[in-house]
Write a protein that binds this ligand. Structure first.
Ligand code: FUB
Length: 320
């Protein structure tokens, strides 16, 4: 009872936006227990591991999330929490508390943060983009309007929440791509300025796709991992081309503890591969709408396919 009160109080206090940089050591999964964090997106830049997430600080009944957060580490044990870098209210065209899944990427010294939120005047979810000169922000709306809105994709599905969960990839030839979706996965080329689409939105064919696409590449193989079915497992597909076809490779991660969603991100850092995801594992108020980020290792088979993730309580080791 005492622990529950302390946690409730600490979460209530920390839903006030973080104003200062704080550093702390974590030695378990979930990583952070002082605030709920969901939909992790990792970025490695200049030898630093940046972890972006949505703050899952609603009433525990829906995905009501007012802002995004950013943490950084150079050894995967000592983490710095930076002041709140981006809020839904930073997008004048956005409607409410939907700081949903997002990803940051660097290009030409600028950091672009592709985000999901609810559009105020075009029915449904939408994707926006914010920009900053620093990976920790502050970020500001890069175009003053949404990049993708629900009315652009009605050809494929009539639901209003299919334009969510952007993931961005810049290929070796410099061409950038944005993938996203719920129920139907989509992709489109981005212009070099990263804030305009180039060409048409195309569907991506994937087995049992729910949401949360994430692209990574190792050698000459592209990997497209994504949340599948509901409650969500993470599946993945492989291709030699970013344009597909994508060959289904099965389940990568099982249902995450105490959470309907699972939302992964995959990056290589200092020689190891990391699988970053969320569960509802913070005692005692964790759950599907009070989620928390976890990190475990990702390993490859000799044939380049992925080994199934082993979710752990201990998390990953400190990098020496
Ligand atoms: O956090 C809100 C939504 O839940 C995300 O956009 C989805 O990926 C799922 O995790």
């Amino acid at each position: 009872m005492k622990t529950r009160l302390v946690l409730l109080l600490s979460v209530a206090l920390t839903t006030v936006f973080a104003q200062e940089t704080k550093t702390f050591t974590v030695s378990q999964n979930p990583l952070f227990t002082h605030r709920f964090t969901a939909d992790p997106a990792a970025l490695v830049h200049d030898d630093v591991f940046y972890l972006y997430a949505g703050e899952d600080s609603g009433d525990g009944k829906w995905y009501n999330m007012p802002n995004w957060v950013v943490f950084s580490s150079t050894d995967m044990k000592n983490w710095t929490e930076h002041p709140t870098p981006l809020k839904v209210t930073d997008f004048t065209w956005a409607k409410d508390n939907s700081a949903w899944a997002a990803q940051v990427i660097e290009r030409n010294g600028k950091f672009y943060w592709y985000i999901t939120t609810e559009h105020a005047s075009i029915h449904g979810k939408a994707i926006g983009v914010a920009v900053s000169d620093s990976p920790t922000g502050p970020f500001k709306d890069a175009i003053g309007k949404a990049l993708i809105t629900n009315d652009m994709t009605t050809e494929y599905t009539k639901i209003s929440w299919d334009d969510i969960d952007p993931t961005v990839w810049i290929d070796d030839d410099g061409q950038a791509y944005l993938f996203w979706g719920n129920t139907q996965c989509y992709y489109v080329k981005l212009k070099e300025n990263m804030i305009e689409m180039e060409g048409e939105i195309k569907p991506v064919k994937l087995k049992n796709f729910t949401e949360a696409p994430w692209i990574h590449k190792r050698g000459d193989w592209f990997y497209l991992s994504y949340a599948s079915e509901f409650p969500e497992k993470i599946r993945y597909a492989m291709s030699k081309s970013i344009h597909g076809p994508w060959e289904d490779k099965g389940i990568l991660n099982e249902i995450a503890g105490n959470s309907n969603t699972n939302h992964q991100s995959i990056v290589e850092y200092k020689g190891d591969w990391y699988f970053v995801y969320h569960n509802g594992g913070v005692n005692t108020d964790g759950g599907s709408f009070h989620r928390s980020v976890c990190i475990d290792y990702l390993f490859y088979n000799r044939d380049k396919s992925l080994k199934r993730i082993q979710m752990t309580t201990e998390g990953v080791d400190k990098i020496k």
